[in-house]
Write a protein that binds this ligand. Sequence first.
Ligand code: ATP
Ligand code: MG
Length: 419
Amino acid sequence: MSGKMEQNRQQEAGTDWKTPPDVVIVRFGELMLKGRNRHRFIRSVNDQIRNAMIPYPDVTIQEEHGRLYLVLNGTAFSKVAEGLDKVFGIANYSPAWITELDLKAIQESAVRLIEASDPRPSTFKVTVRRANKRFPYDSQEVGREVGGYVLQSVEGLKVDVHSPEMDVRVEIRDRHAYVFTTVIEGNRGYPLGSNGKALLMLSGGIDSPVAGWLGMRRGLEIEAVHFHSYPYTSERAKQKVIELSRILSQYANPFTLHLVSFTEIQTKLKEQCPESILITVMRRIMLRICSKLAERRHASAIVTGENLGQVASQTLASLNVIGRATELPLLRPLITMDKLEIIRHAEQIGTYSTSILPYEDCCTIFLPKSPTTNPSLSRVEQAERKMEEWLEEEMEKAVSSVETMRVSWQDKDKLDEYF
Ligand code: ATP
Ligand code: MG
């Protein structure tokens, strides 16, 4: 989504109408609604929306003709929009006014809508969709009648069918008509969890939370794994990752985070591994531990925030040698993105301001001065073979002592409650 679109969306979502909308029409992507998956898809998004609406018990949800109608019953649209922006699988949505199936009522609604808008448009057009074929006027007639009435009733307005400032949309359905002007883009993607489960390697940086979010948007259920080297890394570094998880939990509640102690392994590596390939070996061991955890958690892929060329460990040669440490598919949603694009995503998701807080990542503390950008696989494997005996044991230890917590958005005050 472009920055401009996002800005528009936020403006629309915050709009304070004189007459608040009655309902929010939620639409799904046409492509995803084909075939047998349609019902599963809608049910799944419906569940997610229900979750997002828990703080707003007055909102009721109706399903009709492959769409959802969220009847606001007095709840502020901006709140509901905030909730919808946390759900994956929504193509777009519109705040709308419910009108009786009567031409006069529709005309008056259209006028009210224009009069209530601030700033008032100077050009408009009317777009009509008549799903209810029993309505006595066809869509062209409705368009003409509503447009004419608006012109008569509101001063200084002109029709512009090509690029109007306001598109007054009228939808005629079986029981009601809906009048609205705004179509707000949703997150799109697939319903959460509809494409299986993956583990996210979550550091405290900008990239990995974004990678996790993009994975979730593609329908993955995500559990995060974070490696820390306490006491070399501080308690605050850990809290930061928990906070990032809490932000992600808005999109997937609750969000599971596995904290793995990497201290022992890192200390030994520092002593025994040639410095130039230390980072490469460290990453490979992280991946091996993740693969073991993935088996336990029934996850079938690993997601990372790697980005081609960003640092020495992310050159193509490094990615190649690191990636071979696991047989699971390695998903790298950010691999070809520009840093600015990633930052924009992080801002939209809400993780950016937390990601840029200072902290010591377990890798930066043990970072060699001159890591190789072109590690040799055979050299790395040779170095690992020499350490294999203790390595296997330490990896098992790390896996069995993993600290697992479930983080929820509401947990701000009780983040220490592990299970
Ligand atoms: P990020 O912004 O996500 O920290 P980065 O640009 O700092 O990424 P690296 O530090 O090289 O890149 O890490 C590359 C990827 O490895 C991260 O995106 C993350 O997926 C994983 N990773 C790095 N450090 C950790 C850690 N301590 N725990 C879990 N995963 C990690
Ligand atoms: Mg990092």
